[in-house]
Design a protein around this ligand. Structure first.
Ligand SMILES: [Zn+2]
Ligand SMILES: [Zn+2]
Length: 380
């Protein structure tokens, strides 16, 4: 009998996602069939839903953040740590699949910049074999070049953010770490999942003061639990007042490193003057084109000898760092999973993220198949 998967499909931008039943194909050599146990609803999924991400081709099964259990493997596979992967294992994986052959994979050794990189739930429509290419589904087929890590048997939903925001934050913090001495001051703009991971990395790196700015009080409060020492709600303070607070904390110098995790151009113009001379400004919150920004180049960058660093996605080592960080702070990370939805509630889940009501929303696919679904016809 044919095996089927339940998939939540974005067929039209800004229209409710549709639950479809799709045939699970025979695995090709190297492919791995995973039963998704939790899928993350990312802020960038909202932008994709709204048609703002140029990478997306419809119909699409969204979901680049997933955790699941291995159902079937076509061939043998090890984790990058050398552990054998078996059917039944709980796993997380690098959401990006890299070619291993291009200039960035082989020469410059910056694999997250691989020119052929593609991500589950972003670049491959459900029309492209093996069709199960996104995590808003009860099954996903992992490509043979996917890097996979084993998880423990704790609630898999808690690990979901490690695959995207946790990994991207680990990539961003890689640029911060060499700039920081124990006790230094870090500014993090944006208290979402990306910002929360940055707080955790800053804390683990020995930052003395960790200042978080943002507009959602509940998220700012959560940052305190991860080690933030100062939170500033931009609804209660003007940018000038925020600058005064930051300067008073830093003896008038400004922060050693500022990390943007908000995806807002306003954060960039507000944040750059808060960096001390000789410090660094690292921008990691943008997932798609966001327009232009104007700031005084000489005063903010040149005269202050500031490192300005962009951050694009992440690599396998960043996923591992994020997973380990969740394992070390499991109880706190469990609290950021504020909303759980069924696959049928995918559209509501996106809305909860769009409204910033959820810190982190996850989809929990059904264990049992439900019956009344319309089959999506796929080209052969
Ligand atoms: Zn994401
Ligand atoms: Zn490559």
């Amino acid at each position: 009998m044919d095996r089927t998967a339940i998939v939540s499909v974005l067929e039209e931008f800004n229209k409710p996602l549709q639950i479809r039943e799709m045939k699970i194909p025979e695995l090709k050599p190297g492919q791995i069939l995973v039963k998704i146990t939790a899928a993350g609803v990312c802020g960038s999924d909202v932008h994709m839903y709204e048609g703002r991400d140029p990478r997306l081709a419809l119909p699409m099964c969204l979901g680049h953040e997933g955790v699941g259990q291995i159902v079937e493997m076509s061939g043998e596979k090890q984790t990058p740590l050398g552990e054998k992967i078996n059917e039944g294992d709980m796993v997380i994986w690098n959401r990006g699949v890299l070619c291993g052959d291009c200039y960035y994979c082989t020469i410059s050794r910056q694999p997250s910049l691989c020119v052929n990189r593609w991500a589950y739930g972003i670049h491959r429509s459900v029309k492209i074999p093996p069709h199960l290419n996104g995590c808003y589904a009860d099954h996903l087929i992992l490509h043979e070049k996917t890097d996979i890590f084993l998880l423990d048997d704790r609630d898999s939903a808690v690990y979901v953010p490690a695959s995207c925001s946790g990994a991207t934050a680990a990539h961003a913090f890689e640029y911060a770490r060499p700039k920081l001495k124990t006790g230094d001051t870090v500014l993090i703009q944006g208290p979402g999942s990306l910002g929360i991971f940055l707080v955790a990395y800053a804390k683990a790196s020995g930052a003395g003061r960790i200042i978080v700015t943002g507009g959602t009080q509940s998220r700012l409060d959560m940052c305190l639990e991860f080690g933030a020492t100062d939170i500033i709600n931009r609804h209660n303070h003007t940018p000038e007042e925020t600058k005064e607070i930051v300067l008073s904390i830093t003896h008038g110098f400004g922060v050693d490193v500022a990390l943007e995790a908000s995806g807002s151009l306003g954060a960039v113009t507000d944040g750059m003057p808060l960096v001390r001379t000789g410090g660094a400004y690292i921008t990691a919150g943008f997932g798609e084109p966001a327009g232009s920004v104007e700031f005084p180049w000489f005063e903010n960058i040149v005269r202050k000898n500031v490192n300005l660093q962009g951050v694009w996605v992440s690599d396998t080592r960043h996923v591992l760092e994020a997973v380990r960080t969740v394992q070390m702070n499991y109880e706190n990370f469990a609290k950021i999973i504020t909303h759980r939805f069924s696959l049928e509630e995918s559209t509501e889940a996106l809305e909860s993220v769009a409204s910033r009501e959820a810190v982190k929303a996850v989809l929990i696919p059904p264990n049992k198949k439900f019956m009344s679904v319309k089959a999506l016809t796929l080209p052969v």
